[in-house]
Design a protein. Structure first.
Lengths: 113, 116
C-alpha cells in the first residue's frame, strides 16, 4: 500500500537559518510527490511537486525539495527561513493505482525571530 | 481569478442533525475532491468527481454521507445524521484534470464542523 511519513511533528528553526522538513514515502512504481502548506483557518496551498526529471524541484516562496529514490525521501528545504514560513506542511504521494493522493500527518514549522 | 469557494466556513450542530456543505470549484476545473481533515492529521479523500461522475467514493461512509455534483460544476456534501466523530474540517479541492494524479489540486478554506 502507498504511504507517506513525516517523522517530525514540529520543526523549530531561527529566522535566517536553513530549514528542512522531512518526508519519506512507500509506493510501488514511480512516485508522484507533492508538498502543500496550510496557514491557520485556510486551505492547503501548493508549494511544489515531483513528477519526473530533475531530482531537485524548485517551488513557491523559495522552497525546494530533493527527490531521492534510493532513500525514498522527498525532503522540503529552504536556504533561509522567514518568520512568515511558520505554518503546517504536508507531504503527499499519489497512489498511481487509483490516482488517489495520500497525505502525511503534517509537520508544524515554527520560525523564531 | 477566484479560488475554490466553500460555505459555510463554520457549522455547529447537535448530533443526529443533518448538515450540508457547498463547494464551487475554480472555473474550468473538471475534477473536484472532497476531503476530511481531522485534528492533527492530513486530509483524507472522501470522494473524487470527474465532471459529474463520482470516480472514487471508496472512502465515503455511504450510510450517512452523500454527495452530488450536478452539471459538473458545484458540489454538495451532506451528512445525515451527523455523529460526534464527524467533527472535522471538510475541504474541497479542484484540479484542471485528474490525469494520473499529477495535476495540482487547489483547495478551498474548508468548513469546520462541530457536532455536539
Amino acid at each position: 500500500a502507498q504511504s507517506v511519513a513525516q517523522p517530525e511533528d514540529q520543526v523549530n528553526v531561527a529566522e535566517g537559518n536553513p530549514l528542512t522538513v522531512k518526508c519519506t514515502y512507500s509506493v510501488s512504481g514511480n512516485p508522484y510527490l507533492f508538498w502543500y502548506v496550510q496557514y491557520p483557518n485556510r486551505g492547503l496551498q501548493f508549494l511544489l511537486k515531483y513528477i519526473t526529471g530533475d531530482n531537485l524541484v524548485k517551488g513557491s516562496y523559495g522552497f525546494e525539495a530533493e527527490f531521492n529514490k534510493s532513500q525514498t525521501s522527498f525532503h522540503l528545504k529552504k536556504p533561509s527561513a522567514l518568520v512568515s514560513d511558520s505554518a503546517l506542511y504536508f507531504c503527499a504521494v499519489v497512489d498511481t493505482g487509483g490516482f488517489k493522493t495520500i497525505f502525511g500527518a503534517g509537520t508544524r514549522l515554527f520560525v523564531k525571530a | 481569478e477566484a479560488g475554490v469557494v466553500q460555505s459555510p466556513r463554520y457549522k455547529i450542530i447537535e448530533k443526529k442533525q443533518p448538515v450540508a456543505f457547498w463547494c464551487n470549484p475554480i472555473s474550468g476545473h473538471n475534477t473536484l475532491y472532497w476531503y476530511r481533515q481531522n485534528l492533527g492529521q492530513g486530509p483524507e479523500l472522501l470522494i473524487r468527481y470527474e465532471n459529474e461522475e463520482a470516480v472514487d467514493d471508496s472512502q465515503l461512509p455511504k450510510d450517512r454521507f452523500s454527495a452530488e455534483r450536478l452539471k459538473g460544476v458545484d458540489s454538495t456534501l451532506k451528512i445525515q445524521p451527523a455523529e460526534l466523530g464527524d467533527s472535522a474540517v471538510y475541504l474541497c479541492a479542484s484540479s484542471l484534470e485528474a490525469g494520473e494524479g499529477t495535476d495540482t489540486q487547489y483547495f478551498g478554506p474548508g468548513t469546520r464542523l462541530t457536532v455536539l
